[in-house]
Design a protein around this ligand. Structure first.
Ligand code: BDR
Ligand code: CA
Length: 314
């Protein structure tokens, strides 16, 4: 199994990424760490517990609360895209207590407990990760690697023309993380997610037809984003975060990747959060592997199997 932490701004596809971490037999999910991002921080906490509950894992994986705003900027939400991030689902939160240890301390501790073994799946802004590198200089060496959902490798953004949301919200953190010396694998928004990690009408129908508690959970948490995605011409719901968790656990899903020097723009009015991915002719040493293509069918099958499996084991 693969020792991992998921650092998340839990809403919609973050929930599905958590399901991957909780239910894939290859995953050894040691903690969930929360970072400010998609929707209000307290809502994100509720969403994480709702997901743990849906997966039958309440109490088995700790939820640590991390940075409630970006390093230097005010927090900006994506509530226009995600709503509350779980399609209005609620549950009794009695007993759903976050771990008292701060997420940054948990990340540092977990990495130090098994040096060179822990992978962090980063599916929100990189504020917690950047803060951990500042708090403990040995953090970078203790971590095996980061799987980072963020950026676009052709500048097609989703929050501005130039930028993808996770890097846009905390560009200073993203820049610091790429400069820190981690072994980083990037799962970009475009073109990869748009081409390979969209659940379109036929896949959504297949998931609905499963009619399991988890397939219903999937349909519900994706409902608001699906509406938004359709309104902007994307024919389905986008799943970069669950793809990020899936390719860590199933590297065979990656069909093409390249080595790039990745840096993140923090200054430009039009380009804040833009991921500059230099491909080797600019004299810059590569600092990341960027996933360029994946087996989309394999990915969709993987998610479907998880949603199904739960029924047979419950
Ligand atoms: C990222 O922001 C959110 O919409 C998703 O959860 C993903 O992590 C995509 O830009
Ligand atoms: Ca996310």
């Amino acid at each position: 199994t693969i020792p991992m932490v998921i650092d998340t701004d839990t809403a919609q596809d973050d929930c599905i990424a958590l399901l991957v971490g909780l239910l894939d037999p290859r995953a050894d999910l040691r903690a969930i760490t929360m970072v400010a991002g998609n929707v209000g921080f307290d809502q994100q906490i509720r969403n994480a517990f709702l997901t743990l509950n849906a997966a039958g894992h309440l109490g088995s994986v700790p939820v640590h609360l991390g940075c409630r705003r970006p390093l230097v900027r005010p927090w900006e939400s994506a509530e226009n895209v995600h709503g509350d991030g779980v399609g209005g689902m609620t549950m009794d939160m009695t007993g759903c207590d976050p771990d008292p240890e701060h997420a940054v301390d948990a990340l540092i501790r977990l990495a130090a407990e098994s040096p060179g073994e822990l992978t962090i799946v980063c599916i929100g802004p990189l504020t917690n990760i950047a803060t951990a590198t500042i708090k403990d200089p040995s953090f970078v060496d203790n971590v095996k690697g980061l799987y980072v959902m963020g950026g676009s490798n052709n500048a097609r953004g989703n929050i501005t023309a130039a930028a993808e949301f996770n890097f846009y919200v905390d560009p200073e953190a993203a820049k610091a993380v790429f400069a820190a010396g981690f072994d980083i694998t990037v799962i970009p928004w475009a073109p990869l997610t748009l081409e390979r990690a969209v659940f379109g009408p036929s896949q959504l129908a297949e998931i609905e037809a499963l009619d399991t508690p988890l397939s219903r959970f999937f349909t519900r948490v994706c409902a608001t984003t699906l509406e938004f995605d359709r309104s902007v011409g994307i024919n389905g719901t986008t799943h970069p975060d669950s793809l990020t968790a899936a390719v860590l656990l199933h590297p065979e899903l990656i069909t093409r990747a390249g080595h790039y020097h990745v840096d993140v723009e923090t200054q430009g009015d039009l380009t804040r959060g833009y991921a500059a991915m230099s491909w080797g002719i600019h004299g810059l040493e590569p600092n990341a592997t960027v996933v360029e293509d994946v087996d989309a069918e394999g990915f969709h099958r993987h998610i479907k199997t998880l949603l199904e499996q739960f029924r047979s084991s419950s």
